[in-house]
Design a protein around this ligand. Structure first.
Ligand code: PEP
Ligand code: MG
Length: 569
């Protein structure tokens, strides 16, 4: 029987696709967090204290066995090591014996006794400091697992299941997201989280199809139902028909590759570049045939450093990366420190509002010698790799003066292709002046969106604002492209927006000549661009600019691009 349109719509949840790919599987939710058992929970006078204390030992043994089994099953090295470490800690008798004493001597019920014993163990660890102090979150984890076992509940956090599943959650804490096993989790759907959240970044790194900001997902996608997830279009179908699943998975099986020449259907060239932060991602980018690097996040090389890196160290790091892209372009960004990426040697740690503080290029005012040293290192590494076409750009530029000063600093070091990132609305609006001195611009849509919408890019509940389909953001991109055209300077996009096939088409229509993204997104974006004529890019860009909100922009553009559905994107 045909499915009625209303019925079909009721079974569909739409969010923002942040990692392309199609998957279908049974839904599992994150299990409920454990809350503190009431302090008043005591055993009655006739209770069997010994039996209650024994329950704790049994529960602890079961938790340990489950952790050992999960560690054995885990395929990711990091996940395996984390689970092994937690299993080893859960074998320590300290927590169990302390909790048992609280049952026999203070007559607490087992759950409350475990909670109080964990508090006491954590205090001791904190007093020991160093390595032990950092283990307190592991104690919380073991405590919650033992209490869940005692009360017959599921262990909190990720479901402990053996079959591959679709994970549905309100949002994912970074600690949980980091332990996701890509062999078990077929897809991720969250009510909250934004396109630039940790969930999105980790899903991308692990290649798990993901849809974020799918309002109502946990309500509509109940545990046990089958969900069909499209991580590109952002559409999730609950209880899909067998035909829907078969047809969607047929597309998913197509393994796309990129031949290294980005273009529209009618041959309009669009360079498809990669975002990288270390040599591993650079290798991935080279293997994906990226036409070069559109964003080398140099701060990622030094995130764990308390002291600034020396010029020689930097020459080595940058040189290693340049070496992977002979005869290709590499756009290297100077340190983008502050807010979500603090570098202890460069950023203030007492700012009340660090996203609006001394970050990005502004740190050059605080430590001009660091910028000078970095430019010197880039120049040295570039001259050691003369076949690499090295471009340099500054992050978070917001005034014309900053752009001019940066170009001037670069030219003192012989770096003549100096540009800026456009991540602040003021830079987009002033692009005609900025691009009179800057040789190129690269639009950082992650930050441009958060600043245009005044919405912290890391806050899950603000995901609806943090959407690069917001017409206000598209209008700023349009303004930036017009500044480029006026000065005959290239403008690219290196924010996550470029990794979305439909949005990449819109960006090209707005006048962008390069798109840069995480290497995994390259084949799909290349296929999407190759499926549409340049004229169509211009048309959908106009459509998106005229929309009243992000939802309308996304819907109207997708409706105008049946080519994407045909590609399963
Ligand atoms: C951006 O803001 O879009 C960008 C590419 O920079 P980052 O994500 O590193 O802040
Ligand atoms: Mg940025």
């Amino acid at each position: 029987m045909p499915v009625l349109a209303d019925e079909a719509a009721a079974r569909t949840v739409t969010g923002i696709g942040v990692c392309a790919g199609i998957a279908a599987g049974r839904v599992f939710h994150l299990t409920e967090p454990i809350t503190e058992p009431s302090p008043g929970l005591r055993l009655g006078p006739r209770a069997d204290h010994r039996a209650e204390a024994d329950r704790i030992e049994t529960a602890s043994d079961r938790v340990q066995a489950a952790l050992v089994a999960a560690a054995e099953r885990a395929t990711g090295q990091h996940t395996k090591e984390m689970l092994e470490a937690t299993a080893a800690m859960s074998a320590d008798p300290m927590l169990v014996s302390d909790a048992q004493r609280r049952v026999t001597e203070e007559h607490l019920v087992a759950e409350r006794a475990v909670w109080e014993a964990a508090e006491s163990v954590k205090k001791q660890f904190q007093q020991l400091g160093g390595y032990f102090a950092e283990r307190t979150s592991d104690i919380n984890d073991i405590r919650d697992r033992v209490i869940a076992e005692l009360s017959g509940r599921l262990a909190p956090g990720l479901p402990m299941v053996d079959e591959p599943y679709v994970l549905v959650a309100p949002d994912l804490a970074p600690s949980i997201a980091a332990t996701l096993d890509e062999n078990l989790v077929l897809a991720i759907v969250t009510d909250g989280a934004g396109p630039t959240s940790h969930t999105a970044i980790i899903a991308n790194a692990k290649g798990i199809p993901a849809v974020v900001a799918a309002l109502g997902a946990t309500e509509q996608l109940r545990p046990g139902v089958t969900a069909l997830v499209n991580g590109s279009s952002g559409v999730v179908v609950a209880s899909p028909s067998d035909e829907q699943v078969a047809s969607a998975l047929k597309h998913a099986q197509v393994v796309r590759t990129f031949d290294g020449h980005g273009h529209t259907k009618d041959g309009h060239a669009i360079a498809i570049l990669a975002n990288v932060g270390d040599t591993a991602s650079a290798r991935e980018a080279a293997a994906a045939n990226a036409e070069g690097v559109g964003l080398f996040r140099t701060e990622f090389c030094f995130l764990d450093r308390t002291e600034s890196p020396t010029v020689n160290e930097q020459v080595e790091q940058y040189g290693e990366l340049f070496a992977q892209f002979p005869d290709k372009k590499v756009v290297i960004r100077t340190l983008d420190s502050g807010a979500d990426k603090p570098l202890p040697f460069l950023t203030f740690d007492n700012e009340e509002n660090p996203a609006l503080g001394v970050r990005g290029y502004r740190t050059a005012g605080r430590a001009p010698e660091l910028l000078d040293e970095q430019l010197e290192a880039i120049a040295q590494a570039a001259s050691a790799h003369p076949s690499t076409d090295v471009w340099v750009m500054a992050p978070m530029v917001s005034t014309v003066d900053e752009a001019e000063a940066f170009v001037e600093s670069c030219s003192r070091h012989g770096l003549n292709t100096a540009g800026v990132m456009i991540e602040v609305p003021s830079a987009a609006l002033l692009s005609s002046h900025i691009l009179a001195s800057a040789r190129f611009a690269s639009i950082g849509t992650n930050d441009l969106t958060q600043y245009a919408m005044a919405a912290d890019r890391l806050m899950g509940p603000l995901a609806q604002y943090n959407d690069p389909w917001q017409p206000a953001v598209l209008q700023l991109i349009d303004a930036a492209c017009k500044g480029g055209k006026l000065n005959d300077r290239p403008v690219g996009v290196c924010g996550e927006a470029a990794a979305n096939p439909a949005l990449a088409i819109v960006l090209v229509g707005l006048g962008v000549s390069t798109v840069s993204m995480s290497p995994r997104a390259i084949p799909d974006v290349a296929a999407a661009l190759a499926a549409v004529e340049y004229k169509k890019c211009l048309e959908v860009a106009r459509t998106a600019l005229q929309a009243r909100n992000a939802r309308e922009a996304r819907r109207a553009v997708r409706a105008a691009l049946p080519e994407l559905a045909a590609l399963g994107l």
